[in-house]
Design a protein. Structure first.
Lengths: 370, 177
């Protein structure tokens, strides 16, 4: 205890102006500003042109409009359920429990690419299958696949530029074809991928379409060997080409109605075919197909026997994030994978908090189960 | 010169370990939600680090009750004592709340809560998109509150170190035993 109770305490206001205190106060201010500035930089607040997941989803909203409660892409869809029956042949590539022989429950979603939930099932609409494999007491595996053979952009930045190029022109309400041509000219990988897509005809429906994971992944087996892979859900229903445009345009929900009827008659099957990549096969560019002589391994059969409209708690409220992977299945170095995971997450977060409208795809008597 | 009453060594170790972890967590969190290509690896750190922080803060709270903080200097004004006490309470509450809200929000979204490899946490809330939306916003608001409280704590520490020089700073920041 100091003897003099009136001795100057360090807490008095005048201490802030004495003995070099102002310079030390300035140092404190600088230190705090530096930490806050670092935080703001990492948050992206100081770089308005940085491509963030929010800006990616904003671009979807600019192209499609905002449809509260719906996915910002693949907005129109329907829920499906069934099981995957593994034949055990995947074990030599991956130790994931899903590849042990046996059945695993699956839920999923059929959808059309695009952010408008009331879009007509037009010709050449890209179709998608989202799946969630749910082994009891096991690790979940989700995937989101589409029915074109390669993806049309190779990285998030190109995806964003392509999205901006497809924005509707305020004057006409339609995308400006010159902008899209300009994008393709600047992206030869997109031009090459579009040629491949054009050369592979669309099937007539959801049930006889094959769906491709497009991005590469890595399977790791019990010995620790890591193999680059791509996979597809190959339709068992025989392929029929899509009918000409005029007949397909008659019914707004023609594709969905057809698959609802098809599943109503009998379960629909797909084979999960894993393509095993070899050294030099690109894993970081989904626009480039792998050589056709790569080994294709049929690892099991997907059976879809149930279909229902989107409703609370079913596939509507699931984010088919392609990076929800069990152990022994790993992401590749494809930059689209993390970007998809990020953008899906933002889309999911935005729609989760919004009032929900019923889906355009309704099935009489559905709404529970799955 | 004020007497150098120190926090016990275990308290100091917990404080500095968690200081690094919490600050890293705040930067990873704000960075990952703005990233595309870096999102996945940042999330893969964010989840296990959050669980580690939750475990450590539980240990730290018990330690705080067993080993109370040394008394503040006698001449310290009442408002500063209150600010010190209240900010510590807020820091503890947020260090518990943020990981728990994060765990709950992933549960409500029905995301698997992967820590490492096949090590996963069970969900603590039912699958509910609207609940997820509320918790997701809460997680962000609490994180900003934690960052603001950290800034106040950091500023106060520097004031004690450079202006007041009252022994409060070395009670936590000195390695002398």
């Amino acid at each position: 205890m100091p003897n003099d109770p009136n001795a100057a305490t360090p807490y008095r206001l005048s201490a802030l102006t004495e003995n070099g205190a102002p310079i030390r106060l300035t140092m404190i201010g600088v230190a705090i500003l530096a930490v806050v500035a670092c935080f703001a930089f990492v948050a992206g607040w100081l770089s308005p042109s940085r491509l963030t997941q929010a800006r990616m989803i904003d671009a979807f909203e600019e192209v499609n409009g905002v449809w509260p409660g719906f996915r910002r892409n693949h907005a129109k869809g329907v829920c499906i359920a069934g099981y995957f029956d593994s034949n055990g042949d995947g074990v030599r590539l991956s130790k994931a429990v899903i590849f042990q022989p046996g059945k695993v429950p699956v839920i999923g979603r059929f959808s059309l690419a695009g952010g408008q939930p009331d879009v007509s099932d037009g010709p050449a609409a890209v179709r998608a299958m989202g799946l969630s494999f749910r082994p009891p007491d096991g690790e979940e595996w989700r995937m989101a696949m589409i029915d074109i053979p390669v993806f049309v952009v190779k990285d998030p930045e190109s995806f964003y530029q392509q999205l901006l190029a497809s924005r509707p022109d305020p004057a006409t309400g339609k995308p400006d074809p010159a902008k899209m041509r300009g994008f393709v000219t600047k992206h030869p990988e997109t031009a090459r991928a579009l040629e491949i897509v054009k050369a592979s005809p669309f099937s007539s429906g959801f049930a006889n379409a094959s769906y491709n994971a497009l991005n590469a992944f890595r399977f790791v087996n019990a010995a620790g060997a890591s193999t680059p892979v791509r996979w597809s859900m190959a339709a068992v229903d025989p392929f029929e080409p899509e009918p000409p445009a005029q007949s397909a345009a008659q019914d707004k929900n023609s594709l969905f109605d057809a698959v609802i009827a098809r599943i109503g008659r009998a379960p629909v099957l797909w084979r999960l075919v894993v393509t095993s990549g070899e050294a030099g096969d690109p894993t970081d560019d989904a626009t480039i197909p792998w050589p056709s002589n790569r080994q294709h391994i049929d690892v099991g059969t997907l059976t879809i026997h149930h279909i229902e409209s989107e409703a609370p708690g079913n596939c509507r409220d699931v984010n088919f994030d392609p990076l929800v992977l069990p152990s022994w299945i790993e992401p590749s170095d494809d930059p689209l994978l993390s970007a998809r995971s990020a953008a899906y997450s933002t889309s999911f977060t935005r729609r989760a908090g919004e009032e929900k409208e019923p889906s355009a795809v309704q099935i009489p008597g559905s709404g529970k189960g799955a | 010169m004020a007497q150098h009453l120190q926090f016990p060594i275990i308290s100091r170790m917990l404080h500095w370990t968690m200081a690094v972890m919490v600050l890293a967590m705040l930067f990873i969190g704000i960075g990952m939600v703005a990233s595309l290509s870096d999102y996945h690896w940042l999330v893969s750190i964010h989840k296990p680090l959050g669980v580690l922080i939750l475990i450590l803060v539980a240990i730290r709270l018990m330690n705080r009750l067993l080993n109370p903080a040394p008394p503040l200097p006698q001449g310290m004004p009442a408002w500063q004592r209150f600010a010190a006490y209240a900010s510590h309470v807020v820091l503890y509450v947020l260090m518990f709340a943020l990981p728990l809200v994060g765990w709950g929000m992933l549960s409500a979204a029905r995301y698997p809560i992967v820590l490492y490899g096949s090590l996963q946490l069970p969900p603590i809330l039912p699958h509910d998109a609207a609940l997820y939306a509320v918790l997701r916003t809460t997680h962000t608001v609490l994180a900003f509150l934690l960052f603001a409280t950290f800034i106040a704590h950091f500023a106060a520490a520097l004031m004690h170190a450079l202006i007041y020089r009252d022994g409060v700073f070395p009670s936590m920041a000195s390695w002398k035993t």
